[in-house]
Design a protein around this ligand. Structure first.
Ligand code: GLA
Length: 746
């Protein structure tokens, strides 16, 4: 890791692992993108900005300044002064004029990494390996009196480059930020592909690849949350880039609200990548002396395809973003009653589930929606966080104590950001809901969103949640958020500042979770938003795990978890075994397969365990044992994707290898059975080619073929053989069958 300033050449070189990021100052004042890729270490690389080519820089050829601006590879593009590609920054002054041009003024190279006030952000990790450095570049628009500081950080143990910007009004009049994105990166790329993650409720984060084409291609959200539909991520991939080969440039947004992630291919065959808060519905008033800080963007370069990109993200998030003390701890195996009972439960029913669960080795009972106010269907009481004593006589403390007496922990569900029209809270404070005066607010799941731009609302919400947590021994909270925003108006913000509501809301959420994790440092927090609608790096800063999707079907989960694990460590993916027929898709899959798939995440159950057959209960016991054995590997290891069902429509396979390569675990799911087919060859990854590995099939009953000595399990093979030759996995009879194979270095 290093940050160097080459004054004579006007270059800043950031090195992070094998990667190098170079920024250049062109014509003495324009901050340009020179290079992001494998280390080149040549001080002459500033020529890559092409400022020596026609039409020259403005100081030599002022009459063609516009041509310069429209082709220059900018680090932070601005609107209205000759660059017609999309911009990071668009500022209006008090007189109503738009336009901004930033000139470089000076730099600072800092040890460590400054915090971003009120925002989740990466931080330096532990020891020398976790150390970091930051480059700050000050730029100014003298006409506006606007100072912009571009910030770049690198860490000793990561190849990622982290970016954000601070905008300070140093003038005497108000400025109006109409766009304030976080980062821009202009690169040459005439041919390539764009990779994004897309979906919907119950099918979040499916991978989508499409050719890069002239013009703008973007994914975005102005739903008030990052959303099920798009994900605040984009990557451009060189031609023929794949899982293990080719170049990939990726950006991921550490933010949980509206976003835009855009690739714009310009007239000169360059591509501009942009990422930041969505400008739609956004306007921020910057009074003299005020600062606006943009959320940060993680930039990753990989010269070994998507696999290496994923591992860079995973290590970065484990080492520099997730703060929870549970990060490196074994999480308790939980059982959640949502799919078991929905709203139809009482203390006795929950205890019945807990008793059976305890017997089988499950460690925590989580009580989901329906324990408060008058909530027996999803139509009321959000905001009234008082225990429903009709369902839970003796209250929460009685139930929690009973669960603890069984030797289990107790967790609870909240949806703190919401209010039901049918609630005491809404009747008392209708103005606390986000809405536009005179317009009937749009309901979604019969609820409104609370106006978290108001400090008194944040306080109320905080006290409601914290009061409950103080009242009983509660170890875990599932923090849900079940609707997207409409009617975006605040009774308090005033005429000028309505455009700030979306962002102020997200800042309110962050403040709530910050306060919660401070007061209850040992609380295990799991974020959730109608399944996985707010699974983003912003929320990960507060919670070590996020509910991945309401779709718990083992087959549907393959694509959801593949897309999620493209960026997030497996230890962050909330994954549970649920009952069949599956409640979302009606599919029936083997209990064993459901366990294997959920084992790739935080692991737990989402079913009425009292209704399982004896055989299924026995399998629960097996799964609990497997979890205890493999959880440290899954949590801390390196993730490799071997095959993707989304691509081949036949089977799925992934692998986790311990950092020291002493052990590995492979999960294989044969989605549909095929007739007249021989064994399948799977090439493993990430092993030590020279080491010998012992192969063990995991499961209570070794396969018939294994017993007959027809499989490769139970034997020792060289890493090179398994990686380059391959592992033959026998065909299994029936659909949705799976296998787990463990590798131990001899
Ligand atoms: C959301 C969550 C579910 C469950 C319900 C309760 O949909 O994703 O897991 O908690 O809310 O209403």
């Amino acid at each position: 890791m290093g940050i160097g300033y080459l004054e004579k050449e006007g270059l800043f070189r950031l090195t992070a692992g094998d990667a190098e990021y170079v920024i250049g100052i062109a014509d003495g004042k324009y901050v340009g993108h020179v290079y992001f890729g494998r280390q080149i270490g040549d001080n002459r690389c500033g020529c890559l900005m092409r400022t020596e080519e026609a039409p020259f820089v403005p100081s030599k050829n002022l009459r063609e300044k516009c041509s310069f601006a429209d082709a220059f590879p900018a680090e932070y593009s601005t609107w209205g002064v000759g660059d017609y590609r999309d911009s990071c920054l668009n500022v209006r002054n008090e007189e109503g004029f738009r336009g901004c041009e930033l000139h470089y003024e000076g730099c600072r190279i800092l040890e460590g990494k400054p915090e971003l006030p009120g925002l989740p952000a990466t931080f330096c990790g532990e020891g020398e390996k976790g150390a970091g450095m930051t480059l700050e570049l000050d730029c100014r628009d003298k006409v506006l009196g606007l100072k912009v500081t571009l910030r770049y950080s690198v860490f000793a143990d990561s190849e990622a480059v982290i970016r954000s910007a601070s905008l300070v009004n140093e003038g005497e009049k108000s400025l109006y930020l109409e766009r304030a994105l976080s980062a821009c990166m202009d690169m040459d790329m005439e041919e390539g592909e764009l990779l994004t993650l897309a979906g919907s409720w119950a099918r979040e984060r499916h991978m989508v690849r499409r050719p890069l084409a002239f013009g703008k291609q973007l994914v975005s959200s102005f739903r008030g949350e990052s959303g099920h539909q798009d994900h605040p991520f984009l990557a451009v991939m060189g031609r023929n880039a794949g899982q293990d080969q080719g170049e990939v440039w990726a950006m991921h947004f550490v933010y949980s609200g509206n976003f835009v992630a855009e690739a714009e291919v310009s007239q000169f065959g360059s591509v501009r990548l942009l990422m930041g808060i969505h400008p739609e519905g956004f306007e921020w008033v910057l009074k003299p002396g005020e600062t606006f800080v943009t959320p940060e963007v993680v930039c990753v370069y990989s010269d070994e395809g998507l696999g290496k990109m994923s591992r860079i993200f995973h290590d970065l998030y484990r080492g520099h973003l997730i703060r929870s003390p549970y990060l490196h701890r074994k999480r308790p195996i939980l059982i959640n009653n949502w799919e078991a009972t929905y709203f139809d439960f009482d203390t006795e029913k929950l205890l019945e589930i807990a008793r059976e669960a305890k017997q089988r080795g499950i460690e925590m009972l989580v009580m989901d929606d329906g324990w408060f106010g008058d909530r027996n269907i999803d139509e009321g009481s959000l905001g009234d966080w008082e225990v429903n004593e009709k369902k839970l006589p003796g209250g929460l403390s009685y139930l929690a104590e009973q669960v603890r007496a069984l030797g289990m922990e107790f967790g609870i569900w909240f949806e703190p950001e919401m209010v039901s029209p049918d609630s005491k809270l809404y009747r008392a404070r209708p103005d606390w809901a986000i809405q536009i005066p005179g317009r009937e607010p749009v309901q979604s799941r019969a609820q409104y969103v609370l106006d978290l731009s108001r400090p008194e609302v944040v306080d109320y919400v905080y006290e409601s949640v914290a009061g409950i947590l103080r009242s009983a021994p509660i170890s875990y909270v599932k923090w849900d958020m079940n609707r997207q925003m409409t009617d975006v108006g605040s009774a308090c913000l005033g005429r000028e500042r309505q455009g700030e509501l979306f962002h102020r809301y997200v800042m309110g959420v962050y403040e709530l979770q910050e306060r919660l994790t401070r007061e209850f440092p040992e609380l295990l927090l799991e974020n959730c938003a109608s399944g996985g609608a707010r699974f983003d790096p912003g929320m990960l800063y507060y919670s070590p795990q996020i509910w991945c999707s309401d779709d718990t079907d083992a087959v549907e989960r393959l694509a959801i978890q593949e897309g999620t694990a493209l960026l997030y460590p497996l230890s962050t993916m909330g994954a549970h075994v649920s009952a069949c027929p599956n409640h979302i898709v009606g599919r029936v899959t083997p209990f064993r397969t459901r366990g294997h798939v959920a084992m790739a995440g935080t692991f737990g159950y989402e079913l009425d365990i009292t209704k399982l057959t004896e055989e299924e209960k026995r399998q629960v016991e097996e799964q609990v044992k497997m979890y205890h054995r493999f959880q440290p590997l899954v949590r801390e290891g390196d993730y490799y994707r071997i095959a993707s069902w989304g691509e081949n429509h036949k089977y799925d396979c992934w692998q986790v290898v311990s950092k020291d390569k002493r052990e590995a675990l492979m999960t294989y799911v044969q989605v549909l059975a095929e007739p007249n087919w021989h064994s399948r060859k799977l090439r493993l990854k990430g092993l030590d080619p020279e080491a010998e590995y012992w192969l063990e099939e995991i499961g209570p009953e070794a396969d018939r073929q294994a017993r007959e000595g027809k499989t490769m399990t139970g034997k020792v093979y060289k890493g090179a053989f398994l990686m380059y030759g391959g592992l033959l996995v026998p065909r299994m009879e029936g659909d949705f069958m799976s296998k787990m194979i463990h590798f131990t270095r001899m």
